[in-house]
Design a protein around this ligand. Structure first.
Ligand code: FES
Ligand SMILES: [Fe+2]
Length: 467
């Protein structure tokens, strides 16, 4: 159990806080580049700061504080010009360094513009994502993790989760929840929807499978002892974060990639392995909101272009679970792993009250991750570079995760973590991959069944803590 102070240290991300300073050592993804083609400005909340991202008419990206220096109009409504962004109210023009260039209502000879500067942060595009750096100089390199640079077909999903980033990230260090949340509760959700017979499962397969013995599922699912359990879990610290190793009943140590290779969780806020070899990234917007990204990269199949331009990488929004206008859970949003996870995180409250937790031995991965984060915050406080800050271009050509002699880990291994093989033409009904436009288009062309898209947005689910 943590004290309240220890919980604050891990969760508060504003300027000057220990976690806020750690997070400011990293380039954080803030948008899909393709979004800016349709809308050249985007309001950004990042690490407690309100900002506006823009692409001007020459293609230059900029990230400025949100309010115009003159009389505080929000620059989301700004007009992109050839050399910057112009405030809609009185026309002050700012370049991507935040320098004011023009004040149309002032005298032409006025030197006032040269003395006005908005706060501005560096931004860079990589792999179709726009990254921002809010930390001190010298600015490190944008890490060229394998999934961002390897050949493949990409799409980018996103959602805003109404809670602190850490309870989201801790989920990745907690394999045990899969047994219950993604099986027992999942079967309950399917029962509510009338789909239990088709999609229920007792196994801890990595996806919902059509039940081979539907009667067994129907008659037996309400017995937690029948769920396939983890027989072994292990966590090891490696140079980029923590490797999670897991073995499920019926799996074999020698052949199970999830035991042998492990599942990498990168410091501070990446999980590797979603969508056939991409990332799930949990970016702190502020203390109580998280920008959630599914970065999917798959091997190309026949009709696909493995060299998409950044503006051609499709972006989609994933619905969040919640309740309808009568306060009833919208079960169709809970029938997949991500929907179930999001329900759990949001219902832990805006910031999990870790000083009230009762942790068991099965929480060892969560405890290890908190310790590792604390060590990284100490390093920053001592003036050093924490894990995964890269400054040497020679070491940043392509950062390949290399485990146990397996080049590339999940990225190059079909179906290693079971999120649907990277060449799969089926849409997994039990994962958020079912919302991915690339996956759905593949399935359409292959004649595979495509799950319906549910009602897109729900009200926030009620939370268990007051504010
Ligand atoms: S408020 Fe922006 S120019 Fe006046
Ligand atoms: Fe989960």
């Amino acid at each position: 159990m943590l004290t309240k102070e220890q919980n604050d240290r891990l969760t508060k991300v504003g300027p000057g806080t220990p976690m806020g300073e750690l997070m400011r050592r990293y380039w954080q993804p803030i948008a899909a580049y393709a979004e800016l083609s349709e809308n050249p400005t985007k309001a950004i909340r990042l690490l407690g700061e309100d900002l506006v991202l823009f692409k001007d008419r020459s293609g230059t990206l900029g990230l400025l504080e949100a309010s115009c220096a003159h009389r505080r109009v929000h620059l989301l409504y700004g007009i992109p010009e050839d050399n910057g962004l112009r405030c809609p109210y009185h026309g002050w023009l700012y370049d991507s360094s935040g320098q004011c260039l023009e004040m149309p209502a002032e005298a032409p000879e006025s030197t006032f513009p040269s003395r006005v500067q908005l706060k501005a942060y560096p931004v860079e595009e990589l792999g179709g994502l726009v990254f921002a750096y809010l930390g001190p100089k010298p600015v490190p390199l944008v890490p060229r993790w394998g999934p961002f640079v390897r050949e493949g077909v990409r799409d980018i999903g996103w959602a805003i989760v109404g809670c602190n980033w850490l309870q989201v990230q801790e989920n990745s260090l907690d394999p045990m929840h899969g047994e219950f949340l993604h099986r027992y509760f999942s079967n309950y959700v399917l029962e509510r929807q009338g789909f239990l017979k088709d999609r229920g499962t007792l196994a801890h397969g990595r996806d919902y499978v059509v039940a081979e013995d539907a009667d067994k599922i129907e008659g037996g699912w309400r017995d937690p002892a029948k769920i396939a359990h983890h027989t072994k879990v292990g966590f090891t610290i490696f140079e980029h974060g923590i490797l999670k190793h897991r073995l499920i009943q019926g799996e074999d140590e020698a052949t199970s990639p999830s035991w042998r290779i492990g599942h990498p969780i990168l410091i501070p806020n990446y999980e590797h392995g979603g969508g056939g070899g991409g990332f799930q990234i949990r970016v702190p917007m502020d203390d109580t909101h998280t920008y959630y990204i599914w970065y999917n990269v798959r091997d190309a199949v026949d009709h696909e272009d493995a060299h998409q331009a950044p503006e051609d990488i499709p972006v989609y929004r994933t619905p969040m679970p919640g309740v309808d206008e009568n306060g009833i859970p919208i079960w169709e949003l809970f029938d997949n792993n991500s929907g179930q996870d999001h329900m759990a995180w949001q219902s832990q409250g805006p910031v999990t009250q870790r000083f009230l937790e009762k942790l068991g031995q099965s929480d060892v991965g969560v405890i290890m991750f908190r310790r590792l984060l604390n060590e990284q915050m100490d390093i920053v406080e001592d003036g050093g570079d924490p894990m995964n800050v890269f400054r040497d271009p020679a070491k940043n050509q392509e950062i390949i995760l290399h485990f146990d002699g397996e080049e590339g880990g999940a990225a190059n291994n079909e179906d290693v973590y079971g999120y649907g093989g990277s060449r799969s033409t089926k849409v997994s009904t039990g994962s958020a991959g079912k919302y991915s436009p690339i996956g759905r288009e593949r399935a359409r062309l292959a004649g595979s069944p495509i799950p319906p898209t549910p009602r897109p947005f729900a009200r926030d689910i009620p939370t268990n803590s007051p504010g």
